[in-house]
Design a protein around this ligand. Structure first.
Ligand SMILES: Cc1ncc(COP(=O)(O)O)c(C=O)c1O
Length: 427
């Protein structure tokens, strides 16, 4: 009862403050409200506006969502999704599709093709496999975690002969082992690799892997860039990546629902020979339809609206700045965790991911309790470990527009919760 009254008071005061500002010439319901508030000539209105803005943000998004995707989507991008549907076979959609594809290519740094799929990241991984391989093809999957392992599952289910090189969780691909494997078997056709392993918070040196795979052996290189493209540097063409897969709910700052894959000329040559069954993800269909400015199947129109604005935001900021932002928030997160006496899970900190930080759960701490208390008492939602890492690590996502305040809030909450779940501070 008391809670109900309190909620209504907050709701009422929010509405009346917002209305007041509308009256004062500050349309706080607009996307650019922050800008209008900051620019308002009257200092009192400026500060009241900022308080009001904060209150309305807290109201709308009370959770500090720090999982490594889906990530918090900026309000203006979310709002784009509320537009009316359009004909996906009409001129308006054609413009949307072509403009989005051109900008995706800039971010992928490719002159090759990029296809927009209505799928999650796993769909793009599957598309990468079925468009380039045939049953019986020998492929090496160099995996460093749970998502890397998924590549083996997908390729194997479609009949590829997969040589899985499993490196310990928390470590990167050992180039010497990969080189030996490729040397030992000239029949290997392709190498599968995860750029940023979200399950362990480790980033492979993809450029070095590519130099080996392409430069020394000239094999097809298929990359899971799901939690890296648009957040970490990845030069598709310059590094020689034949297929790169990624998904909208990561650094793209878009809700889940879209996945993107690039295809090099070499990937198209492989496509011409590849006989794995494919229908929904057949790149030939995407190509044929793209030529008439259409998607082959009904797209997620609302998510495309969101993507359109997100791409503008990324490119107007400049990808160099986006990458720097991620590097700096990654470092800030690691420093914050270490300041509490916690240890970063990646064996070598220089390989730690700038999109997600994996932290070892101290032996004396109950990880489930830690995550539960962070969520219920501090509104911070983090991820635990997956598969064999369950109970061993927790993860803090920092893709997209993550601020130091967002992370500081996590660190401050951890400082309170850790002793409550038995942490003795030994680190
Ligand atoms: C590196 C990586 N690969 C694959 C996936 C699977 O993507 P999805 O859950 O969108 O299918 C994820 C998702 O977290 C990921 O981070």
């Amino acid at each position: 009862m008391f809670l109900c009254i309190l909620i209504n008071i907050i709701k009422f005061s929010q509405t009346s403050i917002l209305n007041h500002f509308n009256f004062a010439g500050l349309n706080l319901h607009e996307n650019n409200m922050e800008c209008k508030v900051v620019n308002h000539p009257h200092p009192l209105l400026q500060s009241l506006g900022q308080i009001c803005l904060k209150a309305s943000n807290v109201w709308r998004n009370p959770v500090n969502l720090r999982i490594p995707g889906p990530i918090p989507v900026p309000d203006d991008i979310l709002k784009e999704m509320s537009g009316p549907m359009i004909n996906h076979r009409g001129t308006e959609y054609k413009e949307l599709l072509v403009n989005a594809t051109d900008r995706l290519k800039r971010i992928f740094e490719t002159q090759g093709d990029v296809w927009i799929l209505t799928a999650s990241g796993t769909g793009a991984m599957e598309a990468a496999i079925v468009n380039t391989l045939s049953p019986g093809d020998k492929v090496v999957n160099a995996t460093i975690g749970v998502f890397g392992n998924r590549f083996t599952d997908i390729a194997a289910i479609y009949g590829a002969e997969v040589i899985t090189l499993s490196f310990p969780f928390g470590e990167v691909i050992d180039l010497g082992t990969l080189r030996d494997t490729l040397n030992n078997d000239p029949e290997i056709k392709a190498v599968l690799v995860t750029h940023n392993e979200t399950s362990t918070g480790v980033t492979n040196d993809l450029q070095a892997v590519a130099e080996l795979v392409k430069g020394e052996f000239d094999k097809l290189l298929i990359v899971d860039g799901i939690s890296s493209v648009a957040s970490l540097p990845l030069s598709t063409d310059a590094w020689g990546c034949d297929v790169v897969a990624t998904a909208s709910q990561k650094g793209w700052m878009v809700p889940p629902g879209l996945a993107f894959i690039s295809m090099s000329e070499r990937a198209w040559e492989a496509h011409a020979e590849a006989t794995m069954p494919r229908f929904y993800f057949d790149a030939a269909m995407y190509k044929r339809y793209y030529e008439i400015g259409q998607p082959p199947y009904t797209p997620s129109v609302s998510t495309m609206f969101a993507l359109d604005l997100a791409l503008d935001k990324l490119l107007s900021e400049g990808m160099g700045s986006v990458f720097e932002r991620h590097a700096s928030i990654g470092q800030f997160t690691r420093d914050g965790a270490k300041s509490l006496g916690l240890s970063i899970f990646p064996k070598d900190e220089s390989t730690a991911s700038n999109t997600v930080t994996a932290i070892s759960i101290p032996e004396e701490v109950d990880g489930a309790k830690l995550l539960g208390m962070m969520r219920t008492e501090h509104n911070v939602v983090m991820s635990g470990g997956q598969a064999s890492l369950s109970g061993q690590i927790f993860r803090i996502g920092h893709m997209g527009m993550t601020t130091t305040e967002d992370i500081q809030e996590v660190i401050d909450a951890l400082k309170i919760v850790l002793p409550q779940v038995g942490f003795n501070g030994a680190g």
